[in-house]
Every structure is written in structure tokens, then in C-alpha cells.
Design a protein around this ligand. Sequence first.
Ligand SMILES: O=C(O)[C@@H](CO)OP(=O)(O)O
Ligand SMILES: [Mn+2]
Ligand SMILES: [Mn+2]
Length: 572
Amino acid sequence: MGASEFQLKKHHSIPKPEKPLLVVVLDGWGEAPDDEFNAISRAETPCMDSLKESKPDRWMLLKAHGTAVGLPSDDDMGNSEVGHNALGAGQVVSQGAALVDKALEKGELFDHDGWKYLEPAAKEHTLHLIGLLSDGGVHSRYNQLWLLIQGAAERGVKRIRVHTLTDGRDTEDGTSVKFMAQLQKDLRSLEGKGCDAQVASGGGRMITTMDRYESDWNVVKRGWEAHVLGEAPNKFKDPVEAIKALKASHCDGRRCKLQKPKEAGGKPVSDQWIPPFVIVDDDDNPVGPIQDGDAVAIFNFRADRVVELSKAFEYKDFKHFDRKRHPDVRFAGMMQYDGELKLPAHFLVPPPAISRTTGEFLAKSGVSTFACSESQKIGHVTFFWNGNRAAPFDKKLETFHEVPSDQNIPFNEKPAMQSAKITKLGIEALKSGKYDQVRLNFPNPDMVGHTGDLEATISACSTVDSCVQELINAVEEVGGTWLVTADHGNAEDMVQRDKKSGKPLMEDGKPRILTSHTLNPVPVAMGGPGLPEGVKFRTDLKEPGLANVGPTIINLLGFEAPDNMVPTLLSA
Ligand SMILES: O=C(O)[C@@H](CO)OP(=O)(O)O
Ligand SMILES: [Mn+2]
Ligand SMILES: [Mn+2]
């Protein structure tokens, strides 16, 4: 397809704006009824409240979970990957979770090139599986891991080692014990079938292995040491005991080095922050370090938090930390995590093909963009937004700006995160006259919501509300247009609920905290002096969702949306 095919046509009624369009994504900002566990309704949010007043013409709700974002079912909560993919692509694409389900359903996965590549090494040596132990369906799912293990054992793999990252972020804190016990039981059932399958190492996902966007390579280093070298500060014979013991230890909320006894005010360790551990045999030797000749697969389907580990396995030249030993293994991802870098070269399931995105059309139609967030989310408004593509389509037209995130601090300790800097950079970009579009992501409602700390999340929501107000003021000043939305729910519900009654679930007289995303819809609002009078949201779409935002942005920039996209939200 030549570049001219990406040249967008002029919109029939909205002229190309002379002033910039601001697009803001509030990460994890969903809509739910007023409630004591709704951090958003509890927070002071005069700006977002005032936007709601323009309902239905310029404020509406969008579906941000399940099938609307390409997930297998409407029981699946939304997440940043699928949310930003849908916003940026203007299309609903079958996502990794669904593709892996399908490939495992009839065992097709084992006929693909990726498995064929691993198979000889897995049969002759050891098959290592590394990933998130969870049923969250955001990065991985337990049933997929178990189908993979069973399938490998049925095909003659005799030695399997599983390296587990504990969740508590897409799942309730404390459930890692249950998942580990299930895994242990399932692995033991293979003994009679001649397969020696064991858990070899692990650690909490926020501290071990699953860093993203190079926010903190030390996280990956800890994982490498535990999974590959068989080295960790904590050694146990049994993985369930490991988790129980490490959870019962106390820390001051920071990372493992700072463990503090309970008497000194430490808090029990949450699943997300369990220090790295290795499982050892009776002679205290690690049961499953990764050796030359082994096969290694990552079983997460989502890319952002396994790209760094993939680089550590795949790249000969690697400078981010001292690997000490770089075993010569056959390595594959559940998917190819970066299509441009072809990383990793081998993968078990082909990733979703996301093409002809808003980013590509706009760049090839001469639209300039400034995209910015802090490290924790920068890839959301660049990589995910552009269909899992890290590089700009046109370097001259697209500027990607990353504000470094805080390291070594749980985000409830500093709920404002880098929002002030992102706001400042956004305002500068709007006033610079250099950009047609300014796209920002505020991570706070999501990142602080994941800590389960209600008070801190309330503070995070108030902070970003005032950031949005400042940005809207700047748009008013320059005469531009703005669109504010979110990628999925999180902060609007901080408690587990009974599915039927909606009442909080209690344990020992206390509500059970919800750290994960939700199934709630998200708001979208637009305005600004640049928005022609009479442009409003339509009310005839049956189930408007995040993907409808893509073509809406194209329209607001003065173009007709291409026909590979879902309908616009505009009635104009
Ligand atoms: O932190 C993450 O990796 C996920 C939750 O697992 O959150 P988000 O989809 O908002 O990035
Ligand atoms: Mn998100
Ligand atoms: Mn999140």
C-alpha cells in the first residue's frame, strides 16, 4: 500500500483546525455510582464533574472491557494494552488472550513453528516456563499455562521448571498462595506420567522480572538471578511455603532490601512485592537454573512487562545489567512482543495484527503529534497506541517524550507521581505552535489504585482532575480543542463486591480490597473553542466503546475516518 492510500480526505463538515487538539487519557478512571469505596466520587474532582454537565452532547460513557476491546468475553476486565490499542487503532482486534485460547483449544499451538523450535531442546534437556501466576487474563492466565505444561508433557518433555511471578494486581492480594498450591498439585500429577515438573523460582511481579518501558532494570536483574542463575536472597524447599513465609515477613512498603519487623511498624508483604526466591533441593542446590541447551518460553501474552526479559535472553550484546552467565538456550515468547524489533525471533502464537491505525493515517496525512507520559505509561500512548509499534511512523512529525518515573517507591507513597511535569510539558506543547495533536496519559488513578490504598487513590484522582483543568485552560487560551477519556476502570471501585447484591465482601470485619481493574465503562468528553458549534456525540450507537474514539480524533483533526475503522462518536 503506497503512502497516498494513507492520505486522509477532508472532513465533510469539520474544517482542519488551526489550533491543537489535546487528547488526555486518564489511566484507570472508570465510572461507577457514588460510594465510599469509589475513590473518584470521594475525591474533589470539580473539572471532571463539570464536563459531565454537557451530557449527552459532549460527555458520554464508553465500554472499555470484554469484547469491546477484543478480549475473549465480557467477564474480562479492561487493561491498558487492549484499551490503548483500541483507542489508537479505531478498530476492535482479537487480542493475545483470545488468540492463545484458540491456539491451545485443540492443541494447534504445538503444530506451529515456535513450539517446533523449542521441542528438541525441551525434550533433550529442560523446558523452562516463565510468567505471571494468575487468572487475571491481563498478562497471562493459569488455564493457558496448565494446557501448555500438559501439552508439553504429552509430547514427551520429561523435565519442566516453572518460574512464577506472583500477582495480587490483576487478582486479589493473597491469592498467590492458592495459585501456587494449585500449580504444585497439577505439576505433581505429572510424576506418574514420567515428567519431572517443579517450580524453580519466583517473586512478586513489581519487584521481580516484570518491569516495563525500562523504568527500572534492577527488577529484571533480580528475576534473571533467580530464574537463570538460581540465586536469590530467599531459598525454600517448597514454593507454597516460600510464598507463605515471605508474605508473613514484614516490610516498610518498599522493596525487599528494606524488610522491617512488624514491631518496627512493617506491613505484611503483598503478592505484588514478594521478594525473589529460589527453590532448592535437600543439598541446598537450586532445582532449576537455566543451562546451556535448555528450552525457555515466556507464557505471558502481553508484551510490555516481558520485553526487557526477552532482550536479556535474546541479545548477545546487552548492557543493562551484568547477566554473569548468558546461557545458550532456545528461547520463545508466548507471542512476538515487538513486531518491529522482531523480539523475540521465535514465538508460540502469532500476535494480533494491528495495522492501519490512526497514528499511521495521521502521520501520513501530515499531522504532527506530541505524545507524553511518565516511564510507567509512556509506551501506552506510543507503543500500544500505534498498534504495538515502538518507533514513530514519521520521526519529523511525531515527538515521544518520557518523564522518568520514581523508582523504588510504591506509588501510594507519592500519588501525584509525575503529573505536574506531564501537565507542564503538555501546556508547553499546546502553546508551542509545533503540534496539531498533544496526547498525554496520566497514570495516577491506575497505578495508585493498584496499591489498594483508598486514601492515596482519592488524592491521585484529585490531583489529575486539577491537571486536566490546567490543560483545558491552556487549550482555551490557544483556541484549540480537547478530548478527555480513559482506558479502563480501576480507581472508581476499590473493593471486592458480591456479584448479585453489589455489596462489599467482608473478611474479619474488614472489606476485601480490590487492586485490579474493573468492568466499568469510562467517560469521554470533548470541548474547547476550536470545536465547531453543533458538533456533538451521537446517541444512536448500540454499544459505543473505546475503538470509536480513534475515528473521532481523526474527525476532530478535520478528516474523514478511513473505512477500516469502527464508526465515529460524532453526529456531525
Ligand atoms: O500494571 C499492569 O501491567 C496492568 C495490570 O496488570 O495495568 P495496566 O493495564 O493499566 O498497565
Ligand atoms: Mn491502564
Ligand atoms: Mn493498571
